[in-house]
Design a binder for this molecule. Structure first.
Ligand code: AMP
Ligand code: ZN
Length: 463
């Protein structure tokens, strides 16, 4: 079974082949933790979750990394305004992010490196030193270090732009005049007063890393020099991912990424949902209006990732309705299934679902699912679906649900237990097993037992 995906680099649909057969190394750009992530961000994360789950459905082992940007202009500004150390400022946003992932059923059996971890800062410094040594970077008069885009002829290839067309971008130091060429971007930003207590020592003096080198260092540090997939929202293409390619390839000498994937934006009234536009909703905003994580997940999934998703509140009742049809059908299957599994009637074609997703994650897979629900309901009504066939359908539902994650919420989990579960999710993501065990015991003391599956924890009342 081949999976075909659109590669932003070649602008073509390609058959996906990881470098090492069966094993996928996947890197996705994560949140900047100065605020709660909005549902535009979650569109990107839900798309990446769909991709990971579908690859696993097709038998690949996926090794996934999503970074947390916990040092940049905005986090520094935030901590200074709040008058607290950087780590204290970002901590609640990190925790909220993991809680939201949990609510939206986004897989968390990935690694979530944080840019400020010593091991990553060390790698950033090491990479920058190599780039300077090889003539790809230089120290400017302001003490900052810049990447010399003129030294990398492929620069612009991902975004399909020419070097002459480059305009200054938002996320570089504002001191443009220091640079040799307008598109040169900061690898290391020299300390200024506005940075307060936030700095690291480096061979170029006190300072902090630029955003782009953070991702190159964490991606190559954790996944090796060559990745199979690298994803993000379309705004990441330039300059961020273009810069990641330049930095990584000039250090490793190897092609960085085999296939680049980007989702189109989530829009509000035709405009990108963005914190800077003030036109955003967080998952928490929607949850406060009564929409659940699975409903929001469905609404975000239901539009193909390569089409813009114009968010309206009407999409949520539609999601609720679709989910209740799925629930009713599931219940019917559960009540009827019995005996040995039997071949499905010819009128039902369960293969269409996966085949649609194989075709560049075509979410018309949901259409195939609801056609099958309609047709099997008709057979039920006519008494033409046997308990053995219902059993086969139930097994199929379980299989596709490893991708969709549409199972009903477990009702009645108290908030304090949910909080502990979210903390445990972070501990597990960080492989802090001692903390994870302690949290499990705390939940048990409150009457809730945790069952760990490969990718998530399920809570059940202590029997
Ligand atoms: P940021 O926190 O701005 O670095 O964004 C984190 C991720 O969310 C990146 O992959 C962005 O491309 C993505 N993203 C941001 N805004 C949107 C949006 N309105 N629609 C889809 N993806 C977005
Ligand atoms: Zn990134």
């Amino acid at each position: 079974m081949s999976i075909r995906l659109f590669n932003t680099l070649t602008r073509e649909i390609e058959e996906f082949q990881p470098l090492e057969p069966g094993r996928v190394r996947m890197y996705t750009c994560g949140p900047t933790v100065y605020n709660h992530a909005h549902i535009g961000n979650f569109r990107a994360y839900v798309f990446e979750d769909l991709l990971q789950r579908h690859l696993e459905f097709r038998g690949f082992t996926v090794e996934r990394v999503m970074n947390l940007t916990d040092v940049d202009d905005k986090t520094i500004r935030g901590c200074r305004a709040a008058g607290v150390p950087l780590a204290e400022f970002t901590r609640p946003f990190k925790q909220a992010f993991f809680e939201d992932l949990e609510a939206l059923r986004i897989r968390r059996d990935a690694r979530f490196p944080e840019a400020t971890e010593d091991v990553h800062i060390a790698r950033m410094i090491e990479m920058i030193a190599t780039l300077i040594e090889r003539g790809h970077a230089y120290r400017a008069d302001d003490g900052s270090v810049y990447f010399r885009i003129g030294s990398f002829p492929k620069y612009g290839q991902l975004a399909h732009i020419h070097l002459e067309d480059l305009k200054p971008s938002g996320r570089v130091s504002s001191d443009e005049y220091e640079k040799e060429q307008i598109g040169d971007f900061a690898l290391w930003k020299a300390w200024t007063e506005a940075d307060g207590e936030v700095f690291w020592e480096s061979p170029w003096g006190r300072g902090r890393p630029g955003w782009h080198i953070e991702c190159s260092a964490m991606a190559t540090g954790l996944l090796g020099p060559q990745l199979d997939l690298h994803c993000g929202g379309e705004d990441n293409i330039f300059p961020h991912h273009e810069a990641e390619i330049a930095q990584s390839e000039c250090v490793t000498g190897l092609p960085f990424v085999r296939l680049w994937m980007h989702c189109r934006h989530l829009l509000v009234d035709g405009k990108k949902m963005a914190k800077s536009e003030g036109n955003f909703f967080t998952f928490r905003d929607l949850n406060a209006k009564g929409w659940t994580g699975r409903e929001v997940r469905y609404a975000l999934l239901a539009v193909k990732y390569r089409e813009p998703l114009n968010f309206t509140f009407e999409s949520l009742p539609a999601a609720r309705k679709a989910i209740s049809r799925f629930d009713e059908w599931s219940q019917r299957l559960e009540e009827t299934a019995g005996g040995l599994a039997e071949m499905l009637p010819e009128a039902l074609d369960p293969e269409k679902f996966g085949a649609a997703l194989d075709d560049d994650l075509n979410i018309s897979a949901l259409g195939a699912l609801f056609d099958l629900i309609r047709d099997s309901n008709r057979l039920f009504d006519q008494g033409e679906l046997s308990p053995g066939q219902a059993k086969s359908l139930l097994a199929w539902r379980d299989r596709i649900n490893t991708i969709l994650a549409l199972e009903p919420d477990v009702e009645g989990i108290p908030d304090d237990v949910r909080d502990l579960a979210a903390k445990r999710a972070i501990a597990r993501a960080n492989k802090d097993w001692a903390a994870s065990d302690a949290l499990r015991d705390e939940m048990l003391a409150l009457g809730w037992q945790v069952k760990d599956t490969k990718d998530e924890q399920k809570l059940v009342r202590k029997s």
